[in-house]
Design a protein around this ligand. Structure first.
Ligand code: BG6
Ligand code: MG
Length: 215
């Protein structure tokens, strides 16, 4: 038995699968600039901030833009992305995610969101689970991106718990690194060979309180 008092969940790829919407919006932007953008490249943007993602994409396309132009491009991508996000419905919550959060809450475990996305609140509202979170720490509340632990440490503070009392759920390599750097336990959502976490599962439908307390 460990002393877990809180769970901090990443959003994209853990609670919802928004990667496909990010992919479509970035691809549309890349195509408008005259080059292509692959699903393999999109994989490398998991957990990466919007600004940094754009820098990487422009680099892959061999295109140089000024800071002012980059701001316009990032805003354009976000507009296209939000057109899709605004259509999201509660049935897009990934299998087992809502159920596991509810199980944790019933067990007295505090719940926070720890996401790089500046659109986190809109997404939580669209899928109807905002009220399950005691704290929401998103891209608007932190200045240092994952793998810096700021987002998770801010989450622990908001919940009034110590880092070692938290378990983070993450699908991105940078997110797993961030949790570890913050001194937290981490459950990877994805493939064991890819994520160097304390436990790796394919999705929250495979998570139980028993596994949580054995980490
Ligand atoms: C992360 C996603 O959760 O949020 C990234 O994995 C995304 O792909 C990042 O770039 C920032 O999201 P947003 O919604 O602020 O553009
Ligand atoms: Mg993620």
């Amino acid at each position: 038995m460990n002393n877990i008092k809180a769970c901090i969940f990443d959003l994209d790829g853990v609670i919802v699968d928004t990667a496909v919407y990010h992919y479509k919006a970035w691809k549309r932007l890349a195509n408008s600039l005259g080059f292509d953008f692959t699903e393999h490249q999109n994989e490398q943007l998991k957990g990466v901030s919007r600004v940094r993602s754009l820098e990487l994409i422009l680099g892959w396309g061999g295109v140089t833009k000024t800071a002012a132009e980059q701001e316009i491009l990032a805003t354009q991508k976000n507009t296209w992305y939000m057109e899709m996000v605004n259509q999201m419905k509660p049935d897009e919550i990934l299998p087992g995610a809502k159920e596991f959060v509810e199980i944790c809450r019933k067990a007295g475990i505090k719940i926070a969101l720890g996401s790089a996305s500046k659109n986190s609140m809109t997404i939580l509202n669209k899928i109807g689970i905002t009220n399950l979170f005691d704290a929401v720490i998103d891209g608007n509340k932190v200045s240092k991106a994952k793998p810096d632990p700021e987002v998770f440490l801010t989450g622990a503070k908001a919940l009034s718990v110590e880092p070692e009392e938290c378990v983070v759920f993450e699908d991105a390599i940078a997110g797993v690194e961030a949790a570890k750097a913050g001194g937290m336990k981490v459950v990877g959502i994805g493939q064991p060979g890819v994520l160097d976490a304390d436990l790796v599962i394919s999705g929250l439908d495979k998570m139980t309180l028993d596994k949580l307390f054995k980490i």
